[in-house]
Ligand binder design. Structure first.
Ligand SMILES: [Zn+2]
Length: 818
């Protein structure tokens, strides 16, 4: 079932703790541990022909697989099935393309007519030509005649929406074994790529998220999970004409195109001219299945109000795929087979119909590509051509397709280029490197300047990253870097938010926009973000400013090794420059690219101890704390008595806890923690509520609407939490603080105009106007001596706001010991 809107924090907590218990043995995947998309195209001499067959490891029989009662294929039967299909047909190539968070194999399958090595190289050349030389590709008769148009099927991304996998396997089997001339011809002209189950953890466990607890279909702009890393790789590498993301369960069958708001970076004319007719063809195909339940479909673009089912944030597979010049669909099969009130026969009947529905979507899309082959190839290249040419997005006339109107007009204006400065102009080298890696891994192109240069009045050092937006996937790149827009007045709903995301503003790196000119400097294409870091020479003490999670990781690493780390009043830290410390600091520079400057001459600081964190929250807090390097443990309100032990220094409260409902034992543990001066860092309404109920800080917290999300303008007061922080923050149901008691200090406030981009009602008690100039982060010491920091912004939201993580880390260090 698709969950509308933002999941309330309480519900998210319940889901997450349920998942945690099954995934306790699995270490969370960190972004740095993920394999990256090979950003440089493989050498042609490495291209092999087809088939490329592999005997897949067979998993032990698992009678507890949640697929079994649904009547769909259990996970452990997939590898034997694919092995048999490969043995039976030279049209099928299967490989283990990755590993899920829970440790299962991820299977990528290509179905196509056999190709010699030379033919495969030719296919690769044509695929590159479409992106690299689109005008030439559009006129290339050999390409138009011989290129195998790709279709990509992503199945089962939500683990408890199973049938896409079964439909994929059925189509593969039929194509593998059908000897008709029609199928032979089809496979000579097409490559079908299947991600058989993109969420095996969830398939087996019967859960929507993977074993790490993430909704993978919210992760395509972050790529925090191995499963989404593979999806991204398959889309970028396959360059599919059509992408099908197979889900359940919405009755009647739901399929794209979507309602507005539409992502502002797409060549929407080239998409919807195909997206809508193929949707209508799928609907007709469903009708012809003959089931009473499939006599009509729901096409949000045609049938729903704006905001109900949008393609705005590229967090979803289809909206990400559209920015890759694919024609994407979410297909929501109609019949929920999960309910406990269903008979076994009814479950099987439902999953059978759902499988038929997905099969229709695959076959109809394949047919659409055949029947419009020249046009879809031309239009895919056309997206790239417009990108290279830097042409503005087209304004579409009303009625461009039936139903197209002013409400659908979402278009951005592209700048000429972005610069991610190197050297002194960059606030965080690790943040810059991470952002560059994201852009490149997502199919964007990044260059480095060979020399220093001046652009639009600013001076940049050699090695600065330059992102020329005259590039094929400018829409994708711009969608990640541009600030976004305030869409408050345009819609009053969004499917799942956020309403703005801007990695350019919320990932912690300095990113400059060049509107008019490309820098006049020699550029060299780069395939990797690099953070070289710096260690001040000599034998003086070393200062580390905590601007990024990487800096906190280093602090925690040094503390773990027993190094004396001292926190200064501005929140930065100093390490005495002993030879041993310098050696350790040098190793951290090499590992994480952090910058150790010379410490000020007469520094005064508080010596830190290792900070052990207990958190009431979700996997987002778990993994943010891991990225910051804090030793941390999950707590729940019902286990405080055993888990809130004497070694916990700071409590993070990001999930609701009702103190009045605590058992005496759990309450006693909490009281003991507070009595010994434990610190508290609260996030959002749960954090403020906890502080209030426990009598920690005198503040009044007000929350904005649950739909409000995006990039906020903030003013940093410059204390231990916010000095050096960016002027933009990330909000999801923003909270602000008034009625500050004596001893409560403002670390950061919303600006006079609080919302830069996103959605946030302007007026009313929870509106932007009410939050203007109000505190967004406060700190203080309670009467009992507890250091308390409260965040009204959201530093952990889906692991998205990387640029806010250091603020959370600094808050933890401060709350542990003021
Ligand atoms: Zn779904």
């Amino acid at each position: 079932m698709s969950v509308r809107r933002l999941v309330p924090r309480l519900a998210a907590t319940a889901v997450a703790s349920a998942v945690l218990s099954t995934a306790a043995l699995t270490a969370p995947a960190t972004a740095s541990a993920l394999p990256t998309v090979p950003p440089a195209a493989p050498d042609l001499s490495d291209i092999r022909g087809y088939p490329q067959q592999n005997v897949l490891r067979v998993w032990p029989d698992n009678p507890a697989d949640a697929s079994i009662p649904i009547g769909v294929i259990p996970y452990d039967d997939i590898a034997p099935k694919l092995n048999a299909l490969q043995a039976a047909s030279r049209r099928v190539s299967a490989r283990v393309a990755g590993r899920s968070a829970g440790g299962y194999d991820l299977y990528a399958v290509t179905v196509t007519a056999p190709e010699s090595r030379a033919e495969a190289r030719q296919q690769e050349l044509w695929k590159r030509r479409i992106e690299d030389e689109p005008s030439r590709a559009q006129r290339d008769r050999a390409l138009l005649a011989g290129y195998k148009t790709p279709l990509f099927v992503n199945a089962n991304i939500h683990g408890n929406e199973w049938e896409g996998t079964d439909a994929a396997l059925r189509v593969i089997e039929q194509l593998a074994t059908d000897t008709s001339a029609e199928t032979t011809r089809l496979l000579e002209r097409n490559r079908l790529v299947f991600n058989i189950t993109s969420n095996p953890d969830g398939r087996v466990a019967g859960t929507r998220p993977n074993a790490a607890g993430y909704d993978l279909n919210r992760d395509l702009t972050i790529v925090s999970q191995p499963e989404t890393n593979l999806i991204r790789e398959l889309i970028v590498d396959t360059k599919p004409i059509i992408t099908l993301d197979l889900h359940g369960y919405v009755n009647p069958t739901l399929l794209h195109p979507s309602t507005p708001p539409h992502n502002v970076n797409n060549e929407y004319d080239l998409y919807i001219k195909h997206g809508l007719p193929n949707a209508l063809a799928i609907e007709q195909g469903l009708r012809e299945l003959g089931y009473a339940e499939t006599q009509r479909a729901r096409i949000p673009f045609r049938d729903d109000e704006p905001g109900v089912w949008d393609d705005f944030p590229p967090i979803y597979v289809p909206s990400f795929a559209m920015l890759q010049s694919s024609i994407p669909y979410t297909i929501e099969a109609p019949l929920n087979p999960r309910g406990s009130d269903l008979t076994p026969a009814e479950r099987v009947r439902r999953s059978g119909i759902n499988t038929d529905v997905h099969e229709v979507a695959i076959r109809t899309s394949l047919r659409y590509i055949q029947e419009h082959r020249a046009q879809v190839l031309h239009d895919q290249a056309e997206v790239y051509r417009r990108g290279w040419a830097g042409e503005p997005l087209r304004e579409l006339p009303d009625g461009y397709v039936p139903g197209w109107g002013p409400e659908d007009d979402y278009r951005t204006t592209f700048p000429r280029a972005y610069v991610i400065p190197g050297g002194a102009g960059q606030r965080s080298e690790p943040a810059a490197a991470r952002l560059v890696d994201l852009l490149i891994g997502s199919g964007g192109r990044v260059w480095r300047a060979k020399k220093s240069f001046t652009a639009e009045g600013r001076r940049y050092e050699a090695g600065s990253y330059v992102i020329d937006l005259h590039q094929p996937k400018r829409g994708l790149v711009n969608s990640l870097l541009e600030p976004g827009a305030d869409i408050t007045d345009r819609v009053d709903d969004l499917y799942a938010g956020p309403a703005a995301w801007s990695q350019g503003l919320t990932w912690g790196a300095t990113v400059d926009t060049l509107w008019d000119e490309l820098p006049d400097v020699r550029l060299e294409r780069t395939y990797d973000g690099v953070a070289e870091g710096y260690l001040a020479p000599g034998n003086g003490d070393l200062r580390l400013d905590l601007r990024d999670a990487a800096d906190l990781l280093v602090v925690n690493s040094l503390l773990g090794k027993g190094v004396a780390v001292h926190r200064l009043a501005d929140g930065s830290v100093v390490v005495p420059g002993t030879p041993g410390n310098r050696r350790l600091a040098g190793a951290e520079v090499r590992a994480h690219g952090v910058t150790f400057e010379r410490a000020p001459k007469h520094w005064r600081g508080i010596r830190l101890d290792e900070v052990v964190v207990g958190y009431l929250g979700t996997v987002e807090e778990r993994d943010t704390l891991a990225e910051l390097g804090f030793p941390a443990r999950a707590l729940t309100a019902s286990t405080l008595g055993t888990t809130l032990t004497a070694d916990v220094d700071v409590l993070v409260v990001a999930g609701s806890v009702n103190l009045a409902n605590l058992t005496p034992e759990n309450r006693a543990a909490l009281d003991a923690f507070l009595a010994r001066g434990g610190g508290v860092v609260g996030v959002g309404t749960p954090g403020a509520g906890f502080s209030n109920a426990a009598g920690l800080l005198t503040v009044t917290a007000t929350a904005g609407p649950s739909l409000a999300s995006g990039v906020a303008n903030v003013v940093n007061a410059g204390g231990p939490v916010s000095s050096g922080a960016a002027e933009h923050s990330f909000i999801s149901q923003p909270v602000w603080f008034t009625g500050l008691g004596a001893g409560v200090t403002v670390e950061q406030s919303y600006a006079a105009d609080p919302l830069l981009s996103g959605w946030w009602a302007t007026e009313g008690a929870g509106g932007q106007s009410a939050a203007a100039d109000r505190a967004s982060i406060v700190r203080g010491v309670s009467a009992g001596g507890n250091g308390v920091v409260l965040f009204g912004t959201d530093p952990t939201f889906r692991l998205h706001p990387k640029g806010l993580q250091a603020q959370l880390g600094r808050a933890l260090l401060w709350a542990a010991r003021q």
